[in-house]
Design a binder for this molecule. Sequence first.
Ligand code: ZN
Length: 359
Amino acid sequence: MKTAMRLGKKSLLAAVLGLLGLAIQPAAAEERAKDLFGAEKLPAATAAQSFGFYSKGCFAGGVAIPMDGPTWQVMRPSRNRRWGHPAMIALIEKLSRDAAADGWPGLLIGDISQPRGGPMMTGHASHQIGLDADIWLTPMPDRAMTRAQRDSMSATLMVDEKTHLVKDALWTPQHTALLKRAASYPEVERILVNPGIKKKLCDTVKGDRSWLRKIRPFWGHDYHFHMRIGCQPGSPDCKAQEATPDDDGCGKPLAWWFTEEPWRPNKNPDAPKARDVMTMANLPKECRAVLDAPGPVSAEAATFHGGAVPVAAAAPEPEAPSQPATPASDSGDLPSAANAFAATPRMGAPVPRPRPPAN
Ligand SMILES: [Zn+2]
């Protein structure tokens, strides 16, 4: 059944898209996942675990990065997207410190994930499993901005819209150093940037160019870069992405971005986006349990302040289970009636497992 589900996901989505054309109302069982996940204010207070793929999944045990740190500020706070897998949040904090040591004034942190991940009401196809983060290419100002300023401040567009080349007056060696530092971490599998930024790096980086392999050109990403880490230990149901090719990616694949083809207007601009039609049936079955799991007492209780990860501490300890812990692969079969009065369900034992091969 599980195999059939996996094989059938693509055709299922195609079927849903087809049905939509016939204006059939989705049944209650097919509630749009973005409505449910977009409404969550707090994470699932269980062991940290990602389910599914970056663009089709959810996660439990999320923690928030504090609004301010010595070397970062969170932008667009009203979106409540400063949540991630604890490994992701710890890595962003580390990057902010390392980058500061490299001469970057501090990170402006854009969207990470919703508290329980999942598809969003606006923006982003990915960012669903707590392992993606957007970081601005604008240096942090030397004062703490107000919440209103963080919601309204414009970002600096680094790329000319017509030529798709980096604006040379804006690009500095510190921008290059920031991307190099982010790419240096083994956890980081790829970094998405505008093709103009990739080209700038291809044209200017001297010496060690091995890290350019992780820097991948993509549409948008002209005021921020997108840092993606791999599936983390304890997430056997996290689906790894394909490994990036071994070369620096500065050859033919990059040249394609400077042809007319990638920039042709979308032939079907009104076609629904995947995140807009995704139902709970399209997501891994564990995501229902993630939605139903109790939350921490407050956002602060699940905010990462370095050191010990507040995940388990955020939720009351479950009473001793009368039955053996549920195996991870069956966690989707947990009773959906779990609530604040019931023992916290075990969302799969957080036993580290070896990561699957990258491809
Ligand atoms: Zn992103």
